[in-house]
Design a protein around this ligand. Structure first.
Ligand code: SF4
Ligand code: SF4
Length: 246
């Protein structure tokens, strides 16, 4: 036996005057909020929206804003060692680095070119994680704009400006230098430490050369002595009888 489909209740259509009343109440509610905030701003001087006039909100420390490059405060040298880990890991291919092998006083390779294209960067943070030094950081900077795409391509100078602005802020807030905030250790050395390490390397190289020369000198003597001991002495057969004599 077929059962009849359940009857859906027909919604009660509000009346025309009910609609008008609803609209008036809604407008009054909205105006109450506007008037309340107007009073707070004009009479109590309390900001409801944060504008430049009243400063800006405190950005959370973990906020992942525009990427910056940093300088080691102890040595005054750039933290980047040109390992290219960030360039390789970037999923958006927006980092471009060119390095030179030897810059006196700089540990590791020295990045002569370091560019981040912020048109492409998704602020994923992979480059910051992959960086073995405290060189790359997320900053609090979020107001990054420009009149053309070229304005958002940051070169090394701009990246260092941003990174140092952030490090300065951390120091002023009492959080410490970039090493302390990121927990990564800078590999850079002071000029004195660098000289001492170079001296050590030179001494080690000289010692190696001396050892090699000494080994070369000892080699013939060792060969002679080994030939004397190792070879079988010819047998003295003068006293042996011949088979015929026997
Ligand atoms: S945050 Fe992500 S997308 Fe931006 S540069 Fe770093 S790895 Fe590339
Ligand atoms: S920023 Fe960091 S990961 Fe990138 S090249 Fe420099 S040291 Fe390596």
């Amino acid at each position: 036996m077929m059962t009849a489909p359940p009857k859906t209740p027909i919604p009660v259509k509000p009346s025309y005057w009910h609609d008008i009343w609803d609209a008036i109440v809604t407008i009054l509610k909205g105006m109450a909020v506007t008037i309340k905030n107007f009073g707070r701003v004009v009479f109590l001087r309390q900001a409801t929206t944060i504008t430049k006039k009243w400063g800006s909100r405190q950005i959370a420390l973990r906020y992942r804003g525009t990427i910056g490059l940093t300088i080691d405060r102890r040595t005054g040298k750039e933290n980047c060692i040109g390992c290219l880990a960030c360039e390789r890991i970037c999923p958006d291919h927006c980092i471009h680095i060119e390095t030179i092998d030897d810059k006196p006083g700089h540990k590791g390779k020295y990045p002569v070119v370091f560019v981040i294209d912020n048109n492409l960067c998704s602020l994923c943070g992979l480059c910051v994680e992959a960086c073995p030094t405290p060189s790359l950081i997320h900053t609090e900077l979020w107001q990054v704009g420009g009149y053309s795409h070229r304005d958002l391509v940051f070169d090394k100078r701009r990246l260092l400006e941003i990174g140092e602005w952030q490090q300065e802020k951390w120091i002023r807030m009492g959080l410490g230098t970039v090493d302390q905030v990121t927990g990564k250790k800078s590999m850079q050395m002071t000029d004195e430490e660098w000289q001492a390490e170079e001296e050590k390397k030179r001494a080690a190289a000289a010692a190696r050369v001396q050892r090699a020369a000494a080994a070369r000198q000892q080699a013939p003597a060792r060969a002679q002595s080994s030939s004397g001991h190792g070879r079988t002495q010819p047998k003295d057969v003068s006293e042996e009888k011949s088979p015929a004599e026997a």
